[in-house]
Design a protein around this ligand. Sequence first.
Ligand code: ACO
Length: 350
Amino acid sequence: MGFEVIGTGHFVPGEPVTNAALARVMDTSDDWIFQRSGIRQRHFAGEGQGASDLAFEAAKRALEMAKLQPKDLDYILFATMTPDYVFPGSAAVLAAKLGLEGTPALDIRQQCAAMIFALQLVDGLIKGGAAKTILFVGAEAHAGFMPWEDWDIVEGKREGEPSPEARARANEHRALAVLFGDGAGAMIFRATDRDAGLVAAKVHTDGRYAETLYVPGGGFRTRPYWKATHFDEQAHIPRMDGRELFKFAVTKLPQTARKLCEETQTPIESIDWFLAHQANARINKYVREHLGVPPEKMPMNIDRFGNTSAGTLPILIDECTRDGKLQKGELNMMLALGAGIHWGCALVRW
Ligand code: ACO
């Protein structure tokens, strides 16, 4: 028993925010951002808009493609690193928005690597008989950790300059802030007797590197778990060791992909599409060149969305489904690495 993808959808909030718009509140430029990351614009969730709201819109679109109603789902997997509440996780919130009362909804916390872990869960749930129709959604509302204070200037609602102090505070986090954007991607998986589904996956975690990308403030190591000083210390903004993550990604992703191909005796040339997480266009170029994959086999959308963390792969897959790239019977590889550090590759027969 395998699985097939019967519906996909994605949603991004609001108008695109260009690199030039970010340069109004931080010392940065379109050139710097595009050269270093391949990003031209991103979207941000509005005030009061949580990951579950973005997920709901993406899920509706996937359900529509699959011609299903929410009640037809028998399991939900929700991945986000920017949940609506510290707890409970957003899976329950999404399930309620879909009008479900009792359908199991599981939160996973694998950040940008969520999709690869989710594929193993989907495979296990289907093979174990626990579910036949599963909704996976990855969604992020990173806006809440952006380091600028003047959203109205960023969004072009007000002309003007931030205060020099506000600009200096934002500058401290500019390398992180330019990379992330908000959005949600949804996929519906259904059990099938067809030769389709997870061929094999290799997933890894190395928690020794947890602090290469993490939020220092909040968290139940302290009493109380959120201190009055945290905001002044900008402890709600993630700290990122960009260079270390970059090195980790360009080493581990090609290594894992090669190993997976060796173990499954899959020639790299026989793979139809390489669906890679979009953290930085330079990371993907490196991985692609290292594996000898032509550019046309690795679709990219980072220029329009930035890094939408758990949302990235399902958004990319929705775009590639809707523009007719992904076809039944193809063999596709997915690759991703995220904070934790979690990373992995999966081979999926479409
Ligand atoms: N605009 C202009 N200048 C900047 C900016 C900016 N936004 N950010 C940093 N700089 C400056 C730095 O201050 C530095 O200046 P200096 O040389 O005078 O000190 C210079 O640019 C170079 O900075 P580096 O950090 O060395 O730049 P690098 O080429 O490494 O690129 C980047 C930084 C884009 C963050 C890169 O390291 C990267 O993409 N790393 C991977 C990050 C990643 O993948 N994160 C997501 C993980 S996935 C997940 O789970 C969410």
